[in-house]
Write a protein that binds this ligand. Sequence first.
Ligand code: AMP
Length: 415
Amino acid sequence: MTFSDLITEPRLLTAITELGWHIPTPIQGKAIPAVKEGRDLLGIAQTGTGKTGAFMLPALERQIDKEGLRTLVLCPTRELAQQVAADARAMARHTELWVGEIVGGMPMRPQIRDLKAGFDVIVATPGRLNDHIERGNVDLSQVEVLVLDEADRMLDMGFRPQIEAVLKRLPAKRQSLLFSATMPNGVHALALRILKDPVWVEAAKQSTVADRVEQTLYSVRKEKKADLLVELLQQTHWEQVLVFTARKVGADALSNRLKAAGIKTEVMHGDKDMTQRRRALDAFTEKQIQVLVATDVAQRGLDIEGISHVVNYDVPQQAEDYVHRIGRTARAGASGTAVTFMSAHEITQVRDIERQLGSELPRISLPGYDYDSNFLEASRPAQTAAKVSRSGGRMGTRSVEQLSPEQLRELLKVG
Ligand code: AMP
């Protein structure tokens, strides 16, 4: 399939070629014809699947020679809205269509001026769009296509009332497209209410490195993380372990702690020069040391081989970094293991990662390291973590670690 099978408008096809897109992604192949037919659509898709093109190209084609605000896209964050608007501008660059972004954290006045001048497509965050609606700055009565992008995240961020308020201002006769990486109940309910006889499209999840890596998540108090790592290293047979910390000081402190416990460790971070990093790396690849503690920056560009375990001692700030980190194990088709230590203040980051992965990380809660029920409640799926401790009784670190991945999965289902 090529784009000319999906899109007839030459001005869009030229832009697509200039973007370097040759073949439609699976979600584009499925969604574009449905949207062109005027159908409502429910798209289960993560970022990276080409979903923006999937909704924006047919929306642009539909309104290409019309004036006025016909397409409205709601996004959870300013960054995503800016990205979607930039992508839309690139797709529309040979047309007369004007794409605007209406996002929070920016001054109101220029937005008011731009809104008065008239956009054909608006990409907005729900809060700021509502501010403008309430002040009478924007007229949504001509909107023909509504897109809710990353609906799960918008609901998670508490935007439901703002979405409802926007819906009230839209014409009842319109086309609605809803995209979400996951389908929790809230999204399901919203989809049922606003989508009429929708076409379902699901972006086939590509087999990624993340699928080959056995991943688990330990909920552990911040001040207990070092103890937990020492215990895991002492009680298991992990071979070559790459440990990520957020900061240089944290890396140094942890490295000292591990050395004091008799674990052969080196550290690699931005304050170490290239020779020191090389030496640490050689010691690691030659198996003179078991553990290499590193910051994200320090390990970039270095090809580290033979890693059996990656430990996210601190949860990475960016979900992409998580995928990058765990990709350090499971090289060349091998399987590997990644464990993540999550303390209470890292729940949001973990949720972002799970959204990116499109699945939840199995929680393990260890006696002596776990949180009270409030914490487990806050961290999905709470019941899973609770189940492990319950069914395991006095389950020590060793017994969890001795379980095969299959046994562990089985255990997580118990109860
Ligand atoms: P998205 O999932 O919409 O955020 O898109 C992810 C990335 O894939 C963006 O950088 C797009 O520019 C790119 N992309 C989208 N569609 C295609 C395509 N058909 N071929 C190549 N790259 C694409």
